[in-house]
Design a binder for this molecule. Structure first.
Ligand code: B1M
Length: 226
């Protein structure tokens, strides 16, 4: 199989919500065929570029899952089945993305903001940053502005990444920045924001230092910070 074919098959199985070969798909006729676990293992053996796999095999199909949810074709359990596929794929890919970890490039606090339970993108960012040599302090999802400010202060972290997937929760990023200002530590930390509803204009408006379209841009932005 060519690397493009295996990535395409992974994408199809993410959309079908099939983690393992014995799983049914959203549509009929998939049972018994290799699913995300088997295909990602095959891709690793084939030395397929993990960056391409994450982008075309995992991230893009999740956009399609979102569209299917929006149009009413998929329900929440269908979105969750696809989310599970991405988690399973990242578990297999993680050891292949990790750097040697000899010297940390600095502490990076990462969180999905209050009210928001989406963590697939944040987890990808965490794995990629660890692989690039940063010490990631992942606070999880639905994290209050206070807890985020505590973590930045206690760890004296030079970097903070905030994730939000909902238009209703992205505004909570501004509260985090307010909290850091209140505690007089805003200037000590570079703040990067990401997640589907955010943008460069939004980052600018709330006073963040950068917007990251994806995990790769997060790494490039960190390099640019020096
Ligand atoms: Co939700 N959901 N969801 N969902 N969900 C969206 C976001 C939605 C767009 C779907 C849709 O309607 N089209 C919609 C939001 C609409 C809006 O706000 N305008 C939506 C909704 C409505 C909801 C609920 C309200 C549904 C309900 O209950 N009625 C509910 C809210 C729950 C809550 O959070 N309080 C909900 C629940 C869920 C599930 C639990 C079922 C599940 C999440 C499972 C999980 O995360 N463990 C889920 C999913 C899977 C999605 C979609 C389909 C996929 C999100 C995703 O994982 N994308 C999503 C549709 C979509 O986004 N198109 C949708 C793949 C991921 C790799 O991309 O997260 O963007 P992303 O991360 C990228 C970049 O954005 C960037 O890098 C990442 C990797 O490259 N990035 C960062 C992200 N954070 C960063 C931080 C950084 C840097 C870069 O810091 C340095």
């Amino acid at each position: 199989m060519e690397s493009g074919d295996v990535i395409e098959k992974i994408a199809v199985n993410v959309i079908q919500g099939r983690v393992e070969a014995e799983d049914d798909g959203f549509d009929e006729g998939y049972e018994g065929q290799p699913a995300v676990t088997e295909l990602v293992e095959e891709a690793v053996n084939m030395k397929v570029d993990p960056a391409l796999l994450i982008l075309d095999g995992l991230t893009r199909p999740m956009e399609q899952v979102g569209q299917k949810f929006e149009s009413g074709k998929y329900l929440i359990p269908d979105m969750l089945a696809s989310a599970e596929c991405v988690g399973a794929a990242m578990d297999i890919l993680a050891p292949h993305l990790s750097g040697t970890g000899v010297e940390s490039k600095g502490k990076f606090v990462l969180a999905t903001v209050a009210g928001d339970l989406h963590d697939i993108g944040k987890n990808i960012v965490a794995i990629m940053l660890k692989g690039a040599g940063y010490e990631v302090i992942d606070l999880g999802t639905d994290v209050s502005a206070d807890r985020i400010a505590d973590a930045v202060g206690e760890n004296q972290a030079p970097y903070l990444g905030l994730s939000a997937l909902l238009t209703t929760t992205m505004r909570n990023m501004e509260d985090v920045i307010g909290k850091l200002e209140e505690r007089k530590i805003r200037e000590k930390v570079k703040i990067m924001v990401g997640g589907a509803p955010t943008s460069a204009q939004f980052a600018d408006r709330i006073g963040a230092d950068a917007y990251c379209k994806d995990a790769f841009q997060a790494i490039n932005t960190l390099k640019a910070f020096g």
